[in-house]
Design a protein around this ligand. Structure first.
Ligand SMILES: Nc1nc2c(c(=O)[nH]1)N[C@H]1C(S)=C(S)[C@@H](COP(=O)(O)O)O[C@H]1N2
Ligand SMILES: [Mo]
Length: 218
């Protein structure tokens, strides 16, 4: 039976049971020791450094677009109005950058990656996610990492719109991995059956980037 024959609530149940599977997998996988907060080799900063390729794309909300494509039931392009109509929430997380700074207690506003995946219906064969940005940057994640932890698409930080330097209007935040996985100026999210290493991953950065096991360079 094809997916389109399923009633809506069955589709929803199927998506939810996929969460349960991913959640179980993640829990078993976490390498963060209990009670630890600062990963090995990191130091704390109070400011928020800006790191990127040196191009700051300025896409106003009125012309902003986000493509969500690949192995999904409903490929879509969100305008700003579509994005803002999604279920939105707040998350609190720490940032760990591979250049050794960490910043605690970042308050984000955005759309959880779970809700984004629910909106497009990720197909069972999807195993990887490729993020592409308006400055030409790209980075890759497994589906588990994209869906896991406290990952979200963020448009707000500390109660204000996300600053352009930090990836506004909208960036990804994947707090359980080094921050190069958190693509700024998000343009496209592609669900894929194969892995596609991104900008830094093809230049010697680790493909996964777990700060707790110092997966810095490969
Ligand atoms: N689009 C885009 N996203 C990006 C980058 C980039 O150059 N372009 N740099 C990455 C790297 S290496 C880091 S450490 C973080 C830095 O985010 P920040 O400038 O908000 O601290 O963004 C990541 N996301
Ligand atoms: Mo970085």
């Amino acid at each position: 039976m094809s997916d389109d024959d399923l009633p809506e609530d069955t589709k929803l149940t199927r998506t939810k049971s996929r969460w349960a599977e991913l959640g179980k997998f993640l829990t078993g996988q976490s390498s963060r020791p209990e009670d630890a907060r600062l990963p090995p080799g990191q130091h704390l900063v109070k400011n928020w450094p800006v790191l990127d390729l040196g191009q700051t794309p300025n896409v106003p909300r009125a012309s902003w677009k986000l493509d969500i494509v690949g192995a999904v039931e409903k490929p879509t392009t969100w305008t700003w109005q579509d994005y803002i109509a999604q279920p939105r929430g707040k998350k609190l997380s720490d940032i760990h950058c591979v250049t050794t700074w960490s910043r605690y207690d970042n308050h984000w506003d955005g759309v959880s990656t779970h809700d984004l995946m629910d909106a497009v219906g990720v197909k069972p064969e999807a195993r990887f996610v490729l993020l592409t940005s308006n400055d030409g940057y790209a980075t890759n994640l497994t589906l588990e990492d994209f869906a896991g932890g406290d990952a979200l698409i963020a448009h707000g930080w500390e109660g204000a719109p996300l600053a352009l330097d930090h990836g506004g209007p909208v960036r990804l935040v994947v707090p359980h991995l080094y921050f190069w996985k958190s693509a700024k100026w998000l343009r496209k999210i592609e669900f894929a059956t194969r892995d596609h290493p991104g900008f830094w991953e093809v230049r010697g950065y680790h493909n996964h980037g777990d700060p707790w096991t110092e997966e810095r360079y490969s």
